[in-house]
Design a protein. Structure first.
Length: 66
């Protein structure tokens, strides 16, 4: 289980330090980075099996989709 993430410079996440509990709810206004947080988690997961370039390409782009 992921318990903490520190993110700096991923999409619009400049200096994020978030701690996760057994149940963590991610909520906020549009455009604040909720989806980018999940994209960062997907990116890290992809790095376990793919090269850096392949992992980066697996994260959705500006137009959505993968």
């Amino acid at each position: 289980m992921i318990t903490r993430m520190k993110i700096s410079g991923f999409k619009n996440l400049v200096d994020l330090d978030i701690r996760f509990g057994p149940f963590t709810c991610v909520a906020g206004a549009n455009g604040v980075g909720k989806s980018n947080l999940f994209d960062a988690i997907i990116f890290l997961s992809a790095l376990a099996e793919k090269t850096l370039i392949e992992a980066a390409m697996s994260v959705r782009g500006e137009g959505g989709g993968t």
